[in-house]
Design a protein around this ligand. Sequence first.
Ligand SMILES: Nc1ncnc2c1ncn2[C@@H]1O[C@H](COP(=O)(O)OP(=O)(O)OP(=O)(O)O)[C@@H](O)[C@H]1O
Length: 597
Amino acid sequence: MKKSLLLVRMFRYVARYQLKLSGLILLALLGVGFEVLKPLPLKIIIDSVLNSQPPPALLLSWIGDSAWLTGKSTLLLVCLAFLILSAMGSALISFLVTGYTARLCQRLVNDLSLDLYAQLQRLSVSFYTRNKVGDLLQRMSGDVFVIYFLVAQITLPAITSLVSLGAMFYIMASINLTLALVALSVVPLLVISLAVFSKPMEKTTEIQYQKLGDLSAFVQQSLASMRIIQAFVREGYMRKQMELFTSKYSQAFQRATQVSAGYNQLSTLITGLVGAVVVGIGASQGMSGTISAGDLFVFLGYITALYGPVNSLSIAIGTSVVITSRSKRLFDILDSKETVADNPGAVAPASLGGAIRFDHVDFGYGQPGQHQPTLHNITLTVPTGQTIAIVGPTGAGKSSLISLLSRFYDPWRGKITIDGRDLRDLPLHYLRENIALVLQDPFLFPMTVAENIAFGNPQATPEEVRAAAQAAQAHDFIMRLPQGYDTLIVETGASLSGGEKQRIALARAFLKQAPILILDEPTSALDALTEAKIFAALSRLAAGKTVFIITHRLSTIKHADLIVTLQDGAVVESGTHQSLLSTGKTYAQMYNHQQIA
Ligand SMILES: Nc1ncnc2c1ncn2[C@@H]1O[C@H](COP(=O)(O)OP(=O)(O)OP(=O)(O)O)[C@@H](O)[C@H]1O
């Protein structure tokens, strides 16, 4: 997408609040009015109070032209009153504009953050495999403020600067057109300097925020794995890595800052030089009597005042270049097509049975043809209500196989059906609502124990939560926690043992009461007795449900309706425990080996 379009798209967010923004702009323009008119009372004081020129015609039309009103004392009072009013007005308006801008911008940041969050929720697992969490965090918490800059540092300053430049030019031109044109020559000069600097500014900013993303990702990963770093005494190594990331970021930051500073200094220089030329010409015209002392005062006042809007205009243009690169980082997320799409016309059936079929499924991580497949030609049929165990050596593809059921990925070839419907013909949210899942690494949220268990079924009553915890053999240890079910779990469940976390994750899956239950090594961290109790509860809870279970402990799945052995991504055998034992092949060898061990 063209970079200029990125800002246009960003404006669509701002356009949602066009009424509020218009009000804000009008208020800011009122402030501009006070600023622009500021030197005029001083001109009147110099020309008509201190000297003998008549007051300007416009003023006379306002206050009348009786001798009393145009007396020097009254004029002085009128001018002073205007100066006081404009000082108070400017202060009040600036206060209001700052407050309203902050409020509007915060809303915009919130809107953008929510859209990004919603899109992140839609994106598939492959997106998260490709992007680092720390970098995404940086985009969500840092880059999202580009919309703030768009309003507060670009739109508002650009409009108010242009209007005040126009108004000042109009007044200056009515005093002395030549001088006004010299003063305005600053604008094309600034445009030329921006044309020279915009590409390098854009590039260096893009690199700067990429490096910041890398640094954030490294810090995030280090914090999450601090125990491992300490256990392996790799603090020194990690510090060196950190130095590397920070030095790369510092270099990029310095380069971007230097380029921006170059542009800013050049524009300051241009403004200063043009100002000096105007002062020189104006002063010499004043000396020759071409313009009055009051007019020259207005002119000089505007020359200094001109710097403000010209400078904020150049900052606004510079910022727009910088935020274009940062907006791109946001639109990369918003435009990502790495979502799991439903087939057109996907509809939810009235109910879901749970008969599952893998039909000649090939799957791999990455692109077919460019990457090796992980699963080859998988064909499996699991009738409703049956329990199927997937076994096989580590890396055989067991977790990959079940990840296809929740459509974390789609097959390269072949299809998976539930009750005869292709998974892609079911709305994704409907499919996932009908699957309860326990992953190998049970993730707990920083919420209470009860909330963690009820995560997939927030309407569950406390009694139902308790019953699920009992089935998962979690109730007793939960009751020993300081606040029982109301105990707040610290981030990722760091204060619980691996087995405790697994049991909460199991309770969460049991409580969901979905027709399909997928358990990926759900009891790997549990002792044999607890495991046996959980499997007893499972056989009761799983009545009528289709259950997929992956386990390395083969004694737990002896009663499964079907056992499938995977090896190197292919089904090498399937059958019941007894039938597989009798073949003496892979399953039998693994089982016998575990019996001896
Ligand atoms: N996100 C991923 N991206 C690329 N390759 C992956 C990804 N996840 C798994 N793999 C690869 O796919 C293969 C199968 O992995 P999978 O996790 O399905 O095996 P598994 O049988 O469940 O292993 P284990 O018993 O150790 O859990 C492995 O070679 C693994 O390296």
